[in-house]
Design a protein around this ligand. Structure first.
Ligand code: PMP
Length: 427
C-alpha cells in the first residue's frame, strides 16, 4: 500500500503481462536499477546490502566479467559447432577444479536444462527410470525437472517414477547418525521402486539441501547414501547449482565436503555471474554410449560470450581468494548469529557453511514449531532497513543468507546489526 505510484503501476503491468506465476519478493516490492559488488540500488539511489543473491557470485557487475563479456560480444558470438580454443581452455580449467573422475563436460543455458540432461544420461546409461529426491527438493523448470521439484507445491504433480526421502534435517530428526539415517531412507526408496517394477536410475540432491532447509553438516554424511545408490546400480547426481563455485568456503564443490565423487555434477547459477551458462560434468563411462548414439547440440549453450563470462568468473574466484573469503565471512556471520540466538528464544537453530547460512525461527524451542510469520516479518523489515535476504524450508521459517562471495566481515557486521535491531523491534 505504501508503494510509490510508478512502482504500483509496474506491479499492475507485471500482473497483466506476465500473469500470476511470476511472484515478487517483499510486501513492498523492490525496484532495483543498479548493482555493484555486494550492493544494489533502487530507483531513488537507496543502497541495499545484498545478502541473498548467489548468481552475481563474484559481485554485481564485476568489472572483469563486464569487460570480458563486452569484448567478446564485440568480437564473435556463435555456437559450439565450430572449432574454438576458448571453449576447450575453459573446459580444462573447469574440470581441473573437479575430481579427476569427472573428466567430461556438457553445456546448457540453465540449471534446469543441465539437470534434465543429467537425468536423460542417467536413464540411458542405467536403463532405469526411477528417480530418488528429497521431500522439498527443487531441481528446475522443465517438465522433467519440475516433476522432481516438490517444493513447487502440492499442485505440481511428481512423476510416477519419483520417490522422495526426508531431508537430512539435523535440527528436527532424532537419529544420531544422519548419514546412516539418510542412506536407510534411500535404500527403502530403492526397494519401493523395485517392488513396483521400476528400475532406479538416479538419486539427485542439492549438496546443501537449500529448499529443504539448508543442511550441510556434518561434512561426510552423504558417503553412505552414495554407496546405497551405487549398490542399486543407479547414478548419484550432485546438483551443485546452489553450493557450487566455492560458496561453502571449503573448496569449490558441495559434494567434495562430503568426500564423495558423484557420477554427474550439475552446475549453473553462479557459473557466469548472470550470463546464462550451466553444465553437467560427468564420468566419461556414463556418457560414452549416450554420446555415440544421440547427437547433442544446444544453440546458446556455451556460446562465446557465455564462455568469456564463465572464464572471467573462474579467474576472479582465484585471484580474489573468494573461497577463503566465503569461509572467513561465513564464520563471522555464524558466530554473530549464534550470539543473537543465545539471547533470543525465537531463534531455534543457526546452521550452514561458508556463505550459505540458515536461521530457523520457532514458536517454542521445545516443540520446535516453525514460525514462518516471524521469518517473513524479519525479511520485510530488513528490506526496509536496506538489507536483502529471503526464506527457505517447507514452512518458510528459515532465513536464507546467501550473499555474493566478496561479502566481507564488515558486511557481516552490518548485517548482524540490522538483524539485531529488527529482532528487538519485533514482538
Ligand atoms: N537445481 C537447483 C538446486 C536450483 O536451486 C535451481 C535454481 N533455483 C535449479 C536446479 C534450476 O536452475 P535454473 O533456474 O538455472 O534453471
Amino acid at each position: 500500500a505504501s508503494l510509490p505510484a510508478h512502482e504500483r503501476a509496474l506491479v499492475e503491468r507485471r500482473q497483466f503481462l506476465l500473469g500470476p506465476s511470476y511472484r515478487l519478493f517483499y510486501k513492498e516490492p523492490l525496484h532495483l536499477v543498479r548493482g555493484e559488488g555486494v550492493w544494489l540500488y533502487d530507483q531513488n539511489g537507496k543502497p541495499y546490502l545484498d545478502a541473498y543473491n548467489n548468481v552475481p557470485s563474484v559481485g554485481h557487475c564485476h568489472p572483469r566479467v563486464v569487460e570480458a563479456v563486452s569484448r567478446q560480444a564485440a568480437t564473435l558470438n556463435t555456437h559450439t559447432r565450430y572449432l574454438d580454443d576458448a571453449l576447450l581452455d575453459y573446459s580444462e580449467r573447469l574440470l581441473a577444479t573437479l575430481p579427476a573422475e569427472l573428466s567430461r563436460v556438457m553445456y546448457t543455458c540453465s540449471g534446469s536444462e543441465a539437470v534434465d540432461l543429467a537425468l536423460r544420461i542417467a536413464c540411458f546409461h542405467t536403463g532405469g527410470t526411477g528417480i530418488i529426491i528429497t521431500e522439498n527438493a527443487y531441481h528446475g523448470t522443465t517438465r522433467t525437472t519440475a516433476e522432481i521439484s516438490p517444493s513447487l507445491g502440492e499442485a505440481m504433480p511428481l512423476g510416477q517414477h519419483v520417490v522422495t526421502v526426508p531431508a537430512p534435517d539435523t535440527y528436527r530428526r532424532a537419529e544420531a547418525d544422519i548419514g546412516e539415517a539418510m542412506a536407510r531412507d534411500v535404500r527403502a526408496a530403492i526397494a519401493f521402486l523395485t517392488r513396483r517394477g521400476i528400475k532406479p536410475a538416479a538419486f539427485i540432491a542439492d549438496g546443501i539441501f537449500s529448499t529443504d532447509g539448508i543442511f550441510s553438516e556434518p561434512a561426510g554424511f552423504l558417503q553412505k547414501t552414495l554407496d546405497a545408490v551405487h549398490a542399486a546400480g543407479a547414478l548419484y547426481i550432485a546438483d551443485e547449482v546452489q553450493p557450487g563455485f566455492g560458496r561453502l568456503g571449503d573448496g569449490m564443490w558441495g559434494f567434495a565436503r562430503h568426500g564423495i565423487v558423484p557420477d554427474i555434477a550439475v552446475m549453473g547459477k553462479p557459473m557466469g555471474n548472470g550470463m546464462p551458462i550451466a553444465a553437467a560434468a560427468m564420468k566419461p563411462a556414463v556418457q560414452e554410449e549416450f554420446g555415440q548414439k544421440i547427437r547433442y547440440f544446444n544453440t546458446f549453450g556455451a556460446n562465446h560470450v557465455s564462455i568469456a563470462a564463465a572464464s572471467a568468473v573462474l579467474s576472479v574466484i582465484g585471484d580474489e581468494d573468494l573461497v577463503d573469503n566465503a569461509k572467513r565471512s561465513g564464520a563471522a556471520m555464524l558466530a554473530g548469529l549464534r550470539s543473537l540466538q543465545e539471547c533470543d528464544e525465537r531463534i531455534g537453530d543457526v546452521r550452514g557453511s561458508g556463505l550459505f547460512i540458515g536461521v530457523e525461527f520457532v514458536k517454542d524451542r521445545t516443540t520446535r514449531e516453525p514460525n514462518g510469520t516471524l521469518a517473513s516479518d524479519v525479511i520485510n523489515d530488513m528490506r526496509r532497513r536496506g538489507v536483502l535476504i529471503s526464506a527457505a524450508g517447507p514452512a518458510g521459517n528459515i532465513l536464507k543468507i546467501r550473499p555474493p562471495l566478496p561479502f566481507s566481515t564488515e558486511n557481516a557486521g552490518h548485517f548482524l546489526d540490522v538483524l539485531g535491531s529488527v529482532l528487538s523491534d519485533l514482538p
